[in-house]
Design a protein around this ligand. Structure first.
Ligand code: NAD
Ligand code: UGA
Length: 463
């Protein structure tokens, strides 16, 4: 049996749902793609005529939205009807760490997954393929299946006669990284599809085959697919913690982290990517997915495995606190009343996302020590920073030069392109003396900065 997919619904119009469905719509003009969300503001932002108001900033995204929106890509709050019309439904809702109750601080909060499953159970019609796009603990598919199938039993005889409902569940985790989401979606390293039903797996695979070569489509059992996503993020985060641990040794010994990264990365077994030391990993997923893995390991009685992964997070937190201590020590042990310019607040370049950004912890530490902050980020709004810091007494500036007026030090926290070619002399002349430049991303030209008069500290390289 070949299952033909004409109409797709994606539940969740966030950083994954929006860009992923924009690429689906662009690559498959014959598909109708509805992206739905319970958040009305988010949907109205996706429908905003002014493309600079889209809720997600990603290079290349506005072009796709302009190309497909209201042609075969629709954003709406009409969850019920879009589910009812769909042959295939992607669940792409948030799965944050639980804040209270059993497993709080580690387990993923699956309440939104359950809500969606119940809505699908209620409103879907006919044969429906339900795809897990959100990142989930292993075995979640069995819970979704139970919710969906229990709805079949609850139906009255009349309903059973009128519609033939059936569900197939697949896992198709998303590997896009923010800031390069469109490129990652258009040219993925792999597409992973886990599922029991061959026809359903083939139906999803057929959609991807519109732009992804078949050798990149990996079909596995559903538990391997769910677990691979968690472990993939854990491996990436572990690399960041490994290189940050090495950066601390470099600073003590006179080794240079850039040279060490190059030297180890030339080994093809290690590879050169993801070896930049910095203020620690941020983003909505690394920490929560490792915590989920820690929870899962403990759940199965594997405490050694849990402790191993937990250390990746501890090292990440330590990196942020040691950077703050470095700033404090350099500025004569006190920053009370001193002004600092923070360059970059997003968790990485090319995104407006600040979730778990290292800038949040570092700025909070600096504020606690009494420092006055001027914060500049090309894409993050002042209201977002206020929310993240739970604090309002900072300056949000429109450019770098405005941020550095009369400050004692500059702290680079995000690797935005514009921070890689600073006009050191101009900045130095605007600051109080001695003027410090703390480069937590290793992006500056240290020699030029020193020549301009700066005292400089670079992560993994020191002063
Ligand atoms: P997000 O918070 O940006 O978006 C989730 C959206 O789902 C929200 O707009 C929310 O209103 C909506 N939602 C929640 N419950 C709903 C319901 N019952 N009906 C309709 N809409 C509902 O989250 P995100 O960053 O897009 O992440 C989604 C999932 O994808 C998570 O599991 C995450 O781990 C995973 N993931 C994220 C990334 C990333 O880069 N952000 C990458 C890969 C995987
Ligand atoms: C990450 C993964 O790369 C994606 O494959 C995955 O789909 C996604 O998480 C997810 O599940 O949410 P993302 O968090 O968007 O993507 O961005 P990354 O490029 O992985 O960066 C994560 C953090 O690590 C950032 O704070 C970044 O600055 C930091 N990082 C990354 C470093 O400090 N050094 C590096 O060499 C690389």
């Amino acid at each position: 049996m070949v299952i033909k997919i004409k109409n797709i619904c994606c539940i969740g119009a966030g950083y994954v749902g929006g860009p992923t469905m924009a690429v689906f719509a662009s690559k498959c003009p014959d598909l109708v793609v509805n992206v739905v969300d319970i958040n009305e503001k988010r949907i109205s932002d996706w429908n905003d005529k002014d493309l600079s108001n889209l809720p997600v900033y990603e290079p290349g995204l506005s072009y796709l939205i302009e190309k497909c929106r209201n042609k075969n890509l629709f954003f709406s709050n009409d969850v019920k009807n879009c589910i009812a019309k769909a042959d295939m439904i992607f669940i792409s809702v948030n799965t944050p760490t639980k804040k209270t109750g059993f497993g709080s601080g580690q387990a993923l909060d699956l309440r939104w997954i359950e809500e969606c499953s119940r809505e699908i159970a209620k409103y879907s019609a006919g044969s429906t393929i339900v795809v897990e796009k959100s990142t989930l603990p292993v075995k979640t598919a069995s819970k979704i299946k139970e919710i969906l199938n229990s709805s079949l039993k609850d139906r009255s005889l009349e309903e059973k006669l009128n519609t033939e409902k059936e569900f197939f569940i697949l896992s198709n985790p998303e590997f896009l990284a923010e800031g390069s989401a469109i490129n990652d979606l258009e040219n993925p390293d792999r597409v992973l599809i886990g599922g029991e039903n061959k026809e359903a797996v083939d139906a999803l695979s057929k959609i991807y085959l519109n732009w992804v070569p078949s050798k990149k489509i990996l079909k596995t059992n559903i538990w391997s697919s769910e677990l691979s996503k968690l472990v993939s993020n854990a491996f990436l985060a572990q690399r960041v913690s490994s290189i940050n641990a090495t950066s601390a040794i470099c600073e003590k010994t006179g080794a240079d982290i850039k040279e060490v990264s190059l030297a180890i990365g030339l080994d093809r077994r290690i590879g050169g990517k993801f070896l930049n030391s910095g203020p620690g990993f941020g983003g909505s997923c690394f920490k929560k997915d490792i915590l989920s893995l820690v929870y899962l390991s403990n759940f199965y009685g594997l405490s050694h495995v849990a402790n191993y992964w937990e250390q990746v997070i501890k090292l990440n937190e330590w990196q942020q606190s040691r950077i703050t201590q470095q700033i404090l020590e350099s500025l004569f042990g006190t920053i009370s009343g001193k002004k600092l310019a923070i360059l970059g607040f997003a968790f990485k370049a090319n995104t407006n996302d600040t979730r778990e950004s290292p800038a949040i912890n570092i700025c909070k530490y600096l504020i606690e020590e009494g420092s006055i902050l001027n914060i500049y980020d090309p894409k993050v709004k002042k209201s977002q920073i206020q929310k993240d810091l739970n604090f309002e007494k900072f300056e949000h500036t429109h450019n770098i030069l405005e941020a550095v007026q009369d400050v004692d030090g500059i702290v680079i926290l995000t690797d935005w392109e514009e921070f890689k070619s600073l006009n050191y002399c101009e900045l130095y002349n605007s600051m109080r003396k001695p003027s410090w430049l703390f480069d937590c991303r290793g992006v500056i030209n240290k020699k030029l900065a020193i020549e301009a008069g700066f005292k400089v500290w670079v992560v993994g390289n020191g002063t």
